[in-house]
Every structure is written in structure tokens, then in C-alpha cells.
Design a protein around this ligand. Structure first.
Ligand SMILES: [Zn+2]
Length: 286
């Protein structure tokens, strides 16, 4: 069911309740052990409330308490990207890997890590926010989180659009604008890659930055975590398949000897990874 976040949290929760009721009906007569939910945003480490979800416009929505009380079943809420990493680890391309990092480059840059068989969470359940690691030492591009110089400002769909708008304000001429039908909001990573290959200077600069900063951040992630696998997915990687090889080369070139054994591959579960991971976490908790 579409989220339709503009209707506010109460309407989204009502939609969610209808969906869960329908799934519980469909599952009969099987015993349902619990409910797993993958949700966008920061999830409170104890209450599993959604502390903040900019894309939904949510602040402190008690998601787990609400669903658990309504259905009287054990309920587990996980951040959607972290749930996707767990789904890939348990049932997807990461089975048997032991340690992996999963990075999804799309509208934003999301990531989750499994280290020695455990999901990496941190003190505030915020570990592994690769998209908001700093890649520019000074005067970085503005990021949606309020900081400057985050990876996401350079290596995501939303970051690219913001950088195109900034360049147009400075008076840059670029084939990106006519190629996007005159609407900078319709610039995609795919389009930037194509216009870069066709010789547009701005597109070439933006695409070079995307590859450079993504390679740098992923090499650092690999050095810090020493995963057996780096799963690289998301809309940008799907639209520009050559990006995977470019990133793999950067990771090989910029990591220490022991970390260099990492294999860079595509995730296996597609859009279902978060659902599979959330279900697996709920089953394991139950
Ligand atoms: Zn940021």
C-alpha cells in the first residue's frame, strides 16, 4: 500500500494496521510469531519508536508500541536500510559472509553493516550512516541533514539535483538542463552519467565527484569494518551498472592488504531485502 506520508502519522499508522490485519488473515491457520517492520528514519534503540524520519515528516512516533498494542504480538522495528543489510545477510547475497557492509545509493545513500554475525547498531542505533560521513575537508556541498560535505551531498540523486541547481544559480551552462526537459528537479544520476559521457563539462565534473567520493568513503568503510562482502545496490547503481566496477577498483586501490580481499557484489533480494530482514529479525527475537 502506498505510504502517502502527507496525510500525517495517524493516517499512515491506520494504513499499516489494515495491511497487517490483512496479512494476519492470510496467514491463518499458521501461528504468527511476531511482526517485523522496516521503517525509514532513526529508530530508538530501546523503544523502537521512530525518533526522526525526514522523508515521512515523523518525529517521535511510537511505532512499535502502537503495533504491538493493537495486535498483541511481539513486534520488532528496524531502520529500513539496516533491515535490508540483515535480509541480505540471512537470506540474500550475503549468506555465510560473517561480516558484510551493504550500501544503497539512490535518492540518498543508506548503509548497514553486519560485523561478526551481528547487526552493527551503536549507542544510539545510528552506526553506519555512511551517507553522512564527511568527504570534503572544507567548504563542502550542503547536505539534506543540515551539514556540509557529507557523502550524500555528492553521491546521491538528491545531492546531484542540489548541485545542478547551485551550478545553474552561478550561471553555468550545461546540456543537463535541456536533457532534463528544462526542469533541474528531473536530473537523475543516469542522466548525469550520460551527459558526462557526451562531453558536458558540468555533468563530467559532477559524475567524477560522485565516483571519487563514493570510492573514497567505501574504501574507508571497508578498512574500518573489514567485511568479506561489500554489497552495492540502489537506484543509482541499477541505472549506471558501470559504477559497481569503478567503485570496486577504488576500493582495491585504497584499502590495506587484509581488507583488500573484500568482494564487491550486487545485493540479491532487490526491493524485498528490507521486508525479508525485518521478518527475520522479528522471528529471531521471538
Ligand atoms: Zn548529511
Amino acid at each position: 500500500m502506498p505510504t502517502d506520508a502527507r496525510q500525517g502519522p495517524a493516517a499512515v499508522l491506520a494504513t499499516l494496521e489494515r495491511l497487517i490485519a490483512r496479512l494476519l488473515d492470510a496467514a491463518r491457520p499458521a501461528r504468527v510469531a511476531g511482526i517485523g517492520i522496516a521503517a525509514a528514519g532513526q529508530i530508538h534503540p530501546e523503544t523502537q519508536a521512530v525518533v526522526q524520519a525526514p522523508n515521512l515528516g515523523w518525529h517521535d512516533v511510537p511505532l512499535r508500541a502502537h503495533v504491538r498494542d493493537r495486535f498483541a504480538l511481539p513486534t520488532h522495528v528496524e531502520n529500513d536500510v539496516r533491515a535490508a543489510a540483515w535480509g541480505e545477510y540471512r537470506h540474500g547475497a550475503g549468506r555465510g559472509a560473517g561480516s558484510l557492509v551493504a550500501v544503497f545509493v539512490g535518492t540518498g545513500v543508506g548503509s548497514g553493516a553486519v560485523v561478526d554475525g551481528r547487526l552493527l547498531r551503536g549507542a544510539g542505533n545510528a552506526a553506519g550512516e555512511l551517507g553522512h560521513t564527511q568527504v570534503a575537508p572544507a567548504d563542502g556541498a550542503p547536505c539534506g541533514c543540515g551539514q556540509r560535505g557529507c557523502l550524500e551531498a555528492y553521491a546521491s540523486g538528491s545531492g546531484l539535483i542540489r548541485r545542478v541547481l547551485a551550478a545553474l544559480e552561478r550561471g553555468a551552462t550545461t546540456s543537463l538542463l535541456p536533457a532534463a526537459g528544462g526542469d533541474p528537479g528531473r536530473v537523475t544520476a543516469d542522466l548525469v552519467a550520460r551527459e558526462a559521457a557526451a562531453g558536458d563539462a558540468l555533468a563530467a565534473e559532477l559524475w567524477a565527484d560522485l565516483e571519487r567520493y563514493l570510492g573514497l568513503a567505501l574504501a574507508n568503510y571497508v578498512t574500518l569494518v573489514n567485511p568479506a562482502l561489500l554489497l552495492l545496490g540502489g537506484g543509482v547503481v541499477a541505472a549506471v551498472p558501470a559504477l559497481l566496477d569503478a567503485v570496486a577498483a577504488a576500493v582495491r586501490a585504497r584499502t590495506t592488504v587484509m581488507a583488500r580481499s573484500v568482494r564487491v557484489v550486487r545485493p540479491g533480494l532487490g526491493d524485498s531485502a528490507g521486508l525479508v530482514g525485518a521478518a527475520a529479525l522479528a522471528a529471531e527475537a521471538a
